[in-house]
Design a protein around this ligand. Structure first.
Ligand SMILES: NC(=O)c1ccc[n+]([C@@H]2O[C@H](COP(=O)([O-])OP(=O)(O)OC[C@H]3O[C@@H](n4cnc5c(N)ncnc54)[C@H](O)[C@@H]3O)[C@@H](O)[C@H]2O)c1
Length: 291
């Protein structure tokens, strides 16, 4: 199964990054979203991030415009009939994803693969909505896509071997490393990372340490590049809570209970960097602990 023509549906944070790495690897990419304003923003972001890579010597300046030219922004799914693979990266909303797969079913050629970038929804359940579950797979990219080395590859129960092999080949061609994960809630990275972050919030909640002590302890005591509360602010506290809820409900084990303090911060709208306040306050030059 040879993949050359790819569509990325959803040109947000992740879809832009995915289109970026595909274009650099030489793929012909259609980038689809709801309107041209979103698409213009996405292309501008991709160009900026490619310039950053060129400044670091990771790609050549001359490669940027050629790569951008390989990305065709479009509105609507009608023109995707020649695509070998569609990578869906719209909002984490199961009904929305299902509606897109149903529409794709009417335009894609036989044998075309659909991959989802979902971080938490069951790949097997999403696959069942396509009518061609054997050609459906999870490709879970990490944020920011151009920087992070890993892609988790998740087979649904019906995913066939050629589809799996095609996914592994693609990950290799874009210069990334695949880790195979079974289709369980939150896969591997978030299954391990988010309970650690949740435990850090419990450590704060119970007064074992303050924000600075907890982050310093994990940076210098466990050699983590950033503290767990700093990382939670970076990911977004609403996203952290959503993943913990998926683990709690999906695995029905009380050890995944979201910390009440995490819930409270989300209810307050303190979602981390993106809202200017989370476990740290980012509204001055140097972040300081919120409380
Ligand atoms: N943000 C992360 O760290 C991260 C990491 C891995 C995976 N993911 C997953 O990637 C997916 C996208 O997340 P994101 O952070 O890029 O979100 P985002 O909000 O930045 O982007 C989502 C995009 O989907 C578009 N969209 C919505 N409805 C659409 C439709 N009907 N047709 C076409 N486009 C539509 C939106 O306009 C938006 O541009 C989600 O499934 C998320 O769980 C996110």
């Amino acid at each position: 199964m040879s993949i050359e023509r790819i569509a990325v549906v959803g040109a947000g944070q992740m879809g832009s990054g995915i289109a970026h790495v595909l274009a650099i690897a030489g793929y012909d990419v259609v980038l689809e979203d709801l309107n041209t304003e979103i698409l213009d923003k996405s292309i501008a972001l991709i160009r900026k991030n490619m310039a950053r890579q060129a400044a670091r010597g990771l790609i050549q300046d001359a490669d940027i415009e050629a790569a951008i030219a390989r990305i065709k922004p479009v509105v609507g799914l009608d023109g995707l009939g020649d695509r070998d693979l569609v990578i869906e990266s719209v909002f984490e909303d199961e009904a929305l994803k299902r509606a897109i797969y149903q529409e794709l079913g009417t335009v894609l050629k036989p044998g075309a693969i659909i991959a989802t970038n979902t971080s938490s929804i069951s790949v097997t359940r999403l696959a069942a909505a396509t009518g061609h579950a054997e050609h459906f797979i999870g490709l879970h990219f990490m944020n920011p896509v151009p920087v992070m080395q890993l892609v988790e590859v998740i087979r649904g129960i019906a995913t066939d071997d050629p589809t799996y092999q095609a996914a592994l080949d693609l990950v290799k061609r874009i210069g990334k490393t695949a880790a195979y994960a079974e289709d369980f809630p939150a896969f591997i990275v978030n299954r391990i990372l988010l309970p650690m972050i949740n435990e850090a919030v419990y450590t704060l909640y119970e007064g074992v340490g303050n924000v600075e002590a907890i982050d310093t302890a994990m940076r210098l005591g466990a050699n983590h590049p950033m503290g767990p509360l700093q990382l939670a602010d970076f990911i977004g506290l609403d996203t952290c809570l959503a993943v913990m809820q998926v683990l709690y409900e999906g695995l029905a084990d009380s050890k995944y209970r979201p910390c009440p303090l995490l819930v409270k911060y989300v209810e307050a709208g303190w979602l981390g960097r993106k809202t200017g306040r989370g476990f740290y306050d980012y509204r001055s030059d140097h972040p300081v602990p919120t409380r």
